[in-house]
Design a protein around this ligand. Structure first.
Ligand code: F6P
Length: 363
């Protein structure tokens, strides 16, 4: 096996806090092993168009170091390399162009940091071409198989908690209910995990596929019992995942008209949306970013390909870090589908746990 000389790194799909920390760790770890790092701009779009920038430079003594002035990276949100949702990469011809662009730039391995769409691209590139590719899971949705946490999830949850605490302050002052939408197109993980952490009164998830009338009737009862003389609660928080089909504004409107007879009770909608994706990464996200990056650099140095580094994974092979495993991308993609269609043991377990606390939430 030829010695690794030049690896490329790209970030793709929805940005996630901690992506920059992973890139920074890759630059430093690779440099310490004498390997150059090249950044790819705008995800797979930049890979197809060959838009690369050197992130490592040669020192006078023959060693390698990160390009000066990049040390702010690890603590920042977003992705400084830029990202895209690249539809061209769905076509095999464009993936071949990307492999050619890497070869022309002397790149001998690639690290893809992103969610399940990006890791699907990584698998196709690894199997169709001859350049080794490994993936690092990063998506606030936590909908990636083969990893307990994806980079960005912890920061997103902390942002949701802070927003809900602030909303609770104002809600309590007015005997008010808030319907709070959090991101998660196909996955209710953020809604489920944050609902428990902020002691919400109810949570709505796409995985539950519930009928709209049933939801509205149940929430009406919740509002009536919460604000009644008996209970006299001062605030109600309903966390709704983005993937639940009823639009949040409409749901809040429907609830408001159902409880029109309750004096002084108001229902307000709020969509947290992209606010949840930004911000400085938490300690946990920076920590897993660094350890997954170490796994990725070591995996490529060992000449392996078509793998994702998973955090506390229930599948895959162990690495030098007891919390990091190498998971075949094909297995990770199959487990992701199961997570999203509800057949995964992990989804079943999460829904079961939620069913146990659902009655408790409303108390
Ligand atoms: O990254 C995943 C995600 O956060 C989803 O939860 C959300 O539906 C989507 O990104 C929004 O993407 P965009 O930024 O392209 O609107």
């Amino acid at each position: 096996m030829a010695r690794l000389q030049r690896i490329a790194v790209l970030t793709s799909g929805g940005d996630a806090p901690g992506m920059n920390a992973a890139v920074w760790a890759i630059i430093k770890l690779a440099a310490s092993r004498g390997v150059h790092v090249v950044g790819v701009e705008r995800g797979y779009d930049g890979l197809i168009d060959g838009v690369f920038q050197d992130l490592t430079r040669e020192l006078d003594d023959g060693g390698l170091a990160p390009i000066g002035g990049l040390d702010w990276l690890a603590g920042t949100g977003g992705t400084f390399l830029g990202s895209s949702r690249c539809t061209r990469f769905l076509e095999v011809e464009h993936r071949a162009v990307a492999s050619d662009a890497m070869r022309s730039a002397g790149i001998d391995a690639l690290i893809v940091i992103g969610g399940n769409g990006s890791l699907t691209g990584a698998h196709l590139l690894a199997t169709e071409g001859d350049i080794p590719v490994v993936g690092i899971p990063a998506s606030i949705d936590n909908d990636i198989g083969g990893t307990t946490d994806a980079i960005g999830v912890d920061t997103a949850l902390n942002t949701i908690i802070e927003a809900c605490d602030r909303l609770s302050d104002t809600a309590r002052s007015h005997h008010r209910a808030f319907v709070i939408e959090v991101m998660g197109r196909r996955s209710g993980y953020l809604a489920m995990a944050s609902a428990v952490a902020v002691t919400a009164d109810a949570v709505l998830l796409p995985e539950q596929s519930r009928d709209e009338d049933e939801i509205v009737t149940e929430l009406e009862q919740l509002l009536r019992s919460s604000f009644s003389g008996d209970r006299n609660k001062r605030r109600v928080l309903i966390i709704k995942a983005e993937g639940v089909p009823t639009p949040t504004l409409i749901l809040a409107d429907q609830l408001q008209s159902r409880v029109a007879d309750l004096e002084n009770v108001t229902v307000r909608p709020i969509v947290l949306g992209h606010l949840i994706r930004g911000g400085h990464p938490t300690f946990h996200d920076r920590m897993i970013a660094g350890r997954l990056a170490l796994g990725a650099v070591n995996t490529l140095a060992a000449g392996l390909s078509d793998l994702m580094l998973g955090w506390q994974s229930n599948i895959g092979a162990s690495t030098s870090d007891p919390n990091v495993s190498t998971v075949p991308l094909i297995e990770m993609l199959a487990e992701t589908e199961r997570l999203l269609d509800g057949s995964s043991e992990i989804t079943q377990m999460r829904l079961h746990l939620l069913s146990e606390v659902q009655g408790v939430l409303a108390l």
